[in-house]
Design a protein around this ligand. Structure first.
Ligand code: ADP
Ligand code: UDP
Length: 237
């Protein structure tokens, strides 16, 4: 598949057109950012680790019947995906309390959330990705009601598949962010599912093995992503 013009360079990935108008190349770069892009660093090998990690998760989800944009790996850092019209929303599902939920509601990190909870955020670095509700989404036209319902349905379906996969590897999938888009009228999972957009803890020690290591300067960031991947059965070169 021939890579054509760069269409967009995000904080961690670049998006390229291809000879097929329905397909894009996602290039996973080593650039790492947090706090809405205010903290940035290059982390060697992160791009290739996340590219493989994402391919593994997307394959598992597809095998379980979840519609995703993922087509196939193209190289170390590149994957071929369907070109989606992305909805400008981030869907966060939480199985344990962490991060902004603890700051917002004053609850202790690690509290199990029964049932798991769900939040929408508007994807806007300029506004600091504010949390939004379904009325905001409707009145401001960010998504239609059926799309809101479908995002929630697919997110909870995904959350039936991924936590058991992680638990079998002695890992807790604490929370994660999903992005959805439209392809010929069908809503499907886009973007990536990697430790950059998840919180993953060792089940026994509760050691953080995700981007919080970067946010909190804990070191061994990419090594921890690889450890999670290896435990899930992913082999990195
Ligand atoms: P950001 O835009 O937040 O800086 P990235 O660096 O990850 O994030 O850039 C990747 C961009 O590509 C994101 O804006 C994401 O919404 C978009 N994207 C992901 N998958 C697709 C897809 N299948 N079709 C179109 N755009 C996509
Ligand atoms: N997340 C993300 N991108 C964002 C915001 C959040 O991938 O722009 C992920 C984050 O890694 C975590 C989950 O979504 O796994 C919930 O994040 P939270 O709202 O707790 O925000 P934070 O503590 O990172 O400010």
């Amino acid at each position: 598949m021939e890579k054509r013009a760069e269409l967009y360079a995000g904080k961690a990935k670049s998006v390229f057109g291809t000879e097929d108008p329905d397909l894009l190349v996602l290039e996973f770069r080593d650039d790492t950012s947090a706090f809405d892009g205010k903290k940035r660093q290059q982390l060697a090998r992160k791009g290739q680790v996340n590219n493989r990690f994402n391919a593994f998760v997307m394959d598992r989800l597809a095998a379980a019947g979840v519609p995703t944009h993922f087509e196939r790996l193209l190289g170390d850092r590149e994957s071929l995906v369907k070109r989606l019209d992305m909805l400008p929303l981030e869907c966060v599902v939480r199985n344990y309390a962490a991060g902004s939920l603890c700051r917002r509601y004053g609850v202790e990190e690690g509290l199990e959330l029964v049932p798991p909870t769900f939040e929408f955020f508007l994807k806007s670095d300029a506004l600091g990705d504010p949390m939004v509700n379904e009325y905001h989404i409707r009145s401001l036209g960010w998504a239609e009601p059926w799309q809101v319902e479908r995002m929630k349905e697919l997110t909870f379906r995904i959350n039936e598949i991924l936590p058991p996969l992680f638990a079998a590897a002695d890992l807790l999938l604490v929370d994660y962010k999903l992005e959805f888009g439209l392809f010929r009228g069908e809503l499907m999972l886009g973007d990536e599912v990697t430790p950059d957009g998840c919180r993953v803890w060792d089940r026994r020690t509760r050691e953080k093995l995700d981007k919080d290591r970067f946010r909190q300067d804990l070191g061994r960031v990419v090594e921890s992503y690889e450890l999670v991947g290896n435990r899930l059965g992913i082999h990195f070169d």
